[in-house]
Design a protein around this ligand. Structure first.
Ligand code: CS2
Length: 474
């Protein structure tokens, strides 16, 4: 196992990729695949990382030559690996121009993104650009952007002006048909700036969809200390993740320019939709359901939640409702996929906090839970476990847990959700007010959900989450 701080990265590859949103996930996932692809087949695919908000990652990695430890947490023990694919890290709010210059370089052929759901500044219920978003208003009026769509369009504008082909936009966020979604946002933004630019992007640009999967909890101080013990080196920003990793990418790149992803184990396909729906609904959907219900029941992590037999049965119940709403990708058994997910959740080495997954629920619910729910209700099938998950989210965003403790709700709509919840005293009233939030629920879906979610909410509020599940409220 390779470990240790690198002496010199000057010999490393040239930059071929700019990555927006340099969090733990991409460093423990995409960077590792790109490093493997270059080890297998060469190519100049060094990565310039961009933090869109805080300087923390740059500050931590700068003194380590941009290298860091990737730690695989298997139930049987940890394995460490030193990753050196980053060539630079930029902090967008400090110097947005430097980011645009990096993105406009002809050697950069791909821009990857993990900016989280809210980073796309769209309406989660409709997938349209949110033109009232303060960062979008700002970015349309100024050359130096703040938002991910702003950086993509302004950088493409610079490339067009310089006669350089566009980069491929490779989004790695858990959004439905993520490439098509970001293409729509980029074209909408570009059209508002310059219709010719929008036409050029529409004709020349490429936005392949992807499915990304590796459970990567946020790194803690305890993790940093543990990595020090394992490797004998102080690494200020290691990443901790499970052994499993799956990346499925539509093979549609500008000029066919990309690392040899397949050599690194990436599945290169024509259409990723089936994989993506399966993962969003079966993994992320149950992750969010367990996050809200588990948190309310006092469980700190997903592993702890599924170690509780009541929740182990609940997640199985969720899968039995979700599976009929999912079309299996060729050759995949959905029941085996669910069994494998259960084992991944139960991995005691992964301390993935329910509170972390509960973040930004307003941006996550539509693609993770509401799509399955809509299909299930329309087909007249049982959807009580899914409805309970929606009710638990509603209780969670009310900001007070079952023992009267304040919940630190992190969500771009937190204030609106809290006001909706506070506008009524009864579970019935709270459900009605929250179903009126159109960024999350369409009017048609709200109408379908009112009865079953109210029923679940009454059980949940009167009995408590765990008892509501246990006593067969489902
Ligand atoms: C999680 C995901 O935080 C969350 O919302 O559901 O980050 C999840 O761990 C990954 O998508 C797994 O691939």
């Amino acid at each position: 196992m390779e470990a240790g701080l690198p002496a010199d990265t000057a010999q490393g590859p040239k930059t071929g990729i700019v990555h927006l949103g340099l969090g733990a996930f991409f460093r423990g996932f995409g960077c590792v695949f790109v490093a493997d692809a270059m080890a297998a087949s060469g190519g100049e695919w060094g990565i310039t990382g961009v933090s869109l908000r805080s300087p923390d990652t740059r500050d931590a990695l700068q003194g380590q030559g941009w290298g860091y430890t990737s730690v695989t947490l298997a139930p049987e023990g940890e394995q460490t690996r030193w990753i050196t694919v980053l060539t630079d890290v930029l902090v967008a709010p400090e110097d947005p121009q430097a980011v645009l210059i990096a993105m406009a370089k002809p050697d950069v052929r791909i821009v990857t993104l993990t900016v989280t759901e809210k980073g796309y500044c769209h309406n989660p219920a409709t997938g349209a650009l949110n033109a009232d978003h303060p960062d979008i208003i700002h970015d349309l009026a100024h050359d130096l952007p703040k938002s991910a769509p702003g950086f993509l369009v302004r950088a493409l504008q610079c490339r067009r002006a310089a006669g350089v082909a566009p980069f491929t936009v490779l989004t790695c966020d858990n959004l439905p048909e993520n490439g098509r979604l970001v293409r729509g946002l980029v074209l909408d933004f570009a059209r508002r700036l310059d219709p010719d630019l929008a036409d050029w992007i529409a004709t020349e640009g490429k936005f392949p969809c992807t499915m990304v999967d590796r459970i990567t909890p946020a790194t803690t101080m305890a993790d940093i200390a543990r990595v020090g013990q394992l490797t004998g080196n102080v690494d200020a920003a290691p990443v901790m993740h499970e052994p499993f990793a799956q990346w499925v990418i539509e093979d549609d790149f500008v000029g066919n320019a990309r690392p040899d992803f397949a050599a690194a184990g990436v599945e290169m396909v024509q259409d990723v939709t089936a994989h993506e729906h399966m993962k969003l609904r079966m993994l992320n959907g149950t992750h969010s359901a367990l996050a809200y219900t588990g948190y309310l029941a006092g469980h700190e992590t997903i592993a702890e939640t599924v170690a509780d037999p009541v929740f182990a049965a609940y997640v199985r119940r969720l899968w039995s409702e979700i599976i009929p709403a999912v079309q299996a990708p060729d050759g995949v058994s959905l029941t085996e996929y669910a069994d494998a997910l259960f084992d991944r959740y139960a991995n005691p080495g992964i301390r993935h906090k329910t509170w972390q997954i509960a973040m930004d629920g307003s941006q996550k619910l539509p693609q993770r839970i509401l799509g399955s729910l809509e299909a299930t209700l329309s087909a007249g099938r049982d959807s009580s476990a899914l409805c309970l998950a929606v009710a638990a989210w509603m209780r969670y965003v009310g900001g007070m847990d079952e023992v009267g403790q304040v919940i630190d709700v992190r969500d771009p709509l937190a204030g609106r959700l809290r006001d909706a919840s506070d506008s009524a005293d009864t579970p019935e009233g709270k459900v009605a007010a929250l179903l009126d939030v159109r960024d999350v629920f369409s009017a048609e879906l709200a109408e379908k959900l009112i009865r079953p979610v109210t029923k679940a909410a009454i059980q949940l509020w009167t009995k408590g989450t765990r008892a509501a599940i246990e006593e067969g409220a489902l």
